[in-house]
Ligand binder design. Structure first.
Ligand code: B12
Length: 273
């Protein structure tokens, strides 16, 4: 079958399937301008993904900081193709969590430092963010199989830094959560209503400043009984995780699984109606 059909059958973007071909994860034969893959190879890869395992080719990266440096340079030049190539070389062979934590996050931090130092303009920062959004979307996919639970991911009112929430959504998906990603700057009442509707187990609020995290905590605590009303029929209200700058995506994944205690983890009280 054609690679595009194989990508559809595997439930991934064409670029992801193409990346697997380039890395030798999915055997393929070049025919004209496209690729042909055998049905058995697609079935084998689909079965391995359904078992929850990543595609088999795992590599140990020795020089994360070199890659992050090149990725940063591509981002600040607005060279999307170069930035994409840095990630595509690794995609499928390392987890998306590592791709974010080891490459994208350090590059974004550096963008922030250079912006603060007046070396990059606001327009450069916006361009870099938009490139990151497209590249993360390219490598994010919902694994098949039974989800671990349902999570709603957003940023609190006034928080326009949407990338941490995008990365949080992508990494939770990789960890087999079914994620409703609501992007940025949402009123708490809206988040609660959708969470009730989606019967969420978890609400994740991503923030990039301590002020936004404090505001989020205050807004959730102050939410009116009517805002929680939709939760009334649920066996248990969702857990609320509010991320603060300095915490990592790995912290998030562990907190979401409930395998580590942390005072940031807030269990919302059910308010009497
Ligand atoms: C890109 C960017 C922007 C873009 C955002 C575009 C977008 N689509 O997201 C734009 C241009 C909009 C922007 C605007 C502003 N920005 Co800005 N921005 C950044 C930059 C460069 C990257 C942001 C980012 O994605 N960070 C993600 C990673 C790199 O950071 P992190 O905070 O450690 O995030 C981790 C955790 O959040 C974790 N995580 C995610 N979710 C969850 C959930 C849980 C539960 C847990 C445990 C973990 C977790 O995952 C992330 C990755 O590990 C940062 C630099 C930086 N150091 O972050 C500045 C930065 C955050 N911005 C800053 C500022 C000041 C602003 C503005 C106020 C500027 C202004 N005067 O207008 C506005 C504020 C807008 C608003 N109201 O929100 C400052 C904040 C300083 C501070 N501490 O207050 C920073 C740090 C830049 C700097 N060096 O000074 N910004």
């Amino acid at each position: 079958m054609q690679l595009r059909e194989a990508a559809d059958a595997l439930g991934v973007h064409y670029q992801t399937a193409y990346g697997w071909v380039r890395q030798g994860v999915l055997p393929a034969r070049k025919v004209g301008r496209g690729y042909e893959v055998a049905q058995e190879d697609v079935a084998r890869l689909a079965a391995s993904r359904a078992r929850g395992s990543e595609p088999s080719r795992q590599i140990r990266v020795r020089d994360w900081s070199g890659i992050a440096g090149r990725f940063f340079a591509a981002l600040s030049d607005g060279a999307e193709t170069r930035a994409r190539a840095e990630l595509s070389r690794l995609a499928g062979a390392v987890s998306l969590l590592d791709l974010c934590e080891q490459v994208i996050v350090p590059a974004l931090r550096r963008i922030g430092e250079e912006w603060l130092a007046g070396q990059l303009s606001i327009a450069h920062e916006h361009r870099a963010s938009a490139i990151c959004e497209r590249l993360i979307a390219l490598h994010a996919s919902q694994p098949s199989g039974r989800p671990r639970g349902v999570a709603v991911v957003a940023t609190p009112p006034g928080e326009r830094h949407s990338l941490p929430a995008l990365m949080a959504a992508a990494c939770l998906r990789e960890d087999h959560w079914l994620v409703h990603h609501l992007a940025a700057d949402l009123p708490v009442a809206e988040v609660l209503a959708l969470s009730a509707d989606a019967r969420a187990d978890l609400i994740v609020m991503s923030t990039s400043t301590t002020a936004a995290a404090n505001r989020a905590r205050r807004d959730f605590e102050a939410a009116r009984p009517a805002d929680w009303a939709g939760m009334a029929g649920m066996v248990a209200p969702p857990r609320l995780l509010i991320g603060v700058p300095g915490q990592t995506l790995r912290d998030l994944v562990l907190l979401a699984r409930g395998s580590t205690g942390n005072d940031i983890q807030t269990t919302p009280r059910r308010t009497e109606q």
